[in-house]
Design a protein. Structure first.
Length: 269
């Protein structure tokens, strides 16, 4: 089996790191959420590389990708995604984005619809931040700049997982904490600004013509199930599944069910 880990490609002044595993004519590409890295897709890479070519990459500044000097935005991240497809000579892919990964995916498909065979929107939403949400992010930035990442991580982790995960899956919780703590503070604060400034993508949902799968943890409080429902109602060819005993990181909290939904979706394409 073809297993390539931590490959790199250079684009627009940054070096992006990606894993590329398995074989198949229609690759599945995964975009991580904030502030994680490609390792959050390990259960999906392990499962799907047996039957498909699977790719996960680190968004600039995260994981093993360099940050560059440019101010980041969701559009810039979406450009990086298209550049990665170009570099790998992939015309079309099935692309899955979780949370901020979904923001990037919605931005990219609105501009480059021809590059997507199907999409998977996981624990994400199409709305822009409200003024209150923006304010909260700017306060978080000030707190991080004044006191570092420790307090941010404690609060963040409590919000992203459901109660059951927090009680029973300590290894997972610790792993995610460590991923966040090993991320550069400037990447975290710069990306918080990018997320706060993202534009709404709800008005482009009607233009999505490819089969779309929407997944959401039933206990996701960050991008809650009603946001997933909104996506489903407004994307023509879409299906929604809510995942029990999962919060915002449904792919890690309930990997078997998450993978099964994707597997069924892909088999029906
Ligand atoms: C994410 O998981 O990518 C973020 O929580 C998204 C957000 O804060 O809007």
């Amino acid at each position: 089996m073809l297993v390539i880990k931590d490959k790199t490609f250079q684009v627009n002044g940054v070096v992006l790191s990606y894993d590329d595993q398995g074989i198949g004519h229609l690759p599945i590409l995964f975009i991580h959420g904030f502030p994680f890295d490609k390792s959050m897709w390990q259960p999906q890479l392990d499962f799907f590389r047996r039957t498909h070519r699977v790719i996960a990459y680190d968004i600039r500044g995260f994981g093993k990708s360099t940050a560059g000097t440019e101010e980041v935005s969701i559009s810039l991240f979406a450009d990086d995604l298209i550049n990665l497809l170009d570099a790998l000579q992939i015309n079309k892919a099935i692309v899955c984005g979780l949370s901020m990964g979904g923001y990037i995916l919605l931005n990219a498909i609105s501009r480059y619809p021809e590059r997507f065979e199907a999409i998977i929107l996981s624990d994400t939403q199409c709305i822009a931040d409200s003024d209150a949400a923006k304010e909260k992010r700017y306060t978080t930035i000030q707190q991080i700049e004044a006191g570092g990442l420790e307090d941010f991580v404690k609060g963040f982790v409590k919000n992203i997982f459901c109660e059951e995960t927090l009680n029973d899956k300590n290894d997972l919780v610790e792993k995610i904490k460590n991923v966040i703590l090993s991320t550069d503070t400037k990447t975290i604060t710069g990306t918080l600004i990018a997320i706060a400034q993202r534009r709404e993508m709800c008005s482009s949902l009607k233009d999505i013509k490819v089969p779309s799968l929407i997944l959401c943890g039933k206990e996701d409080t960050i991008t809650p199930p009603d946001q997933a429902q909104f996506l489903q109602c407004n994307i023509l060819n879409s299906r929604l599944y809510s995942i029990d005993k999962a919060g915002h990181l449904s792919n890690l909290e309930q990997p078997d069910e998450f993978n099964q939904h994707i597997s069924n979706f892909i088999s029906a394409l």
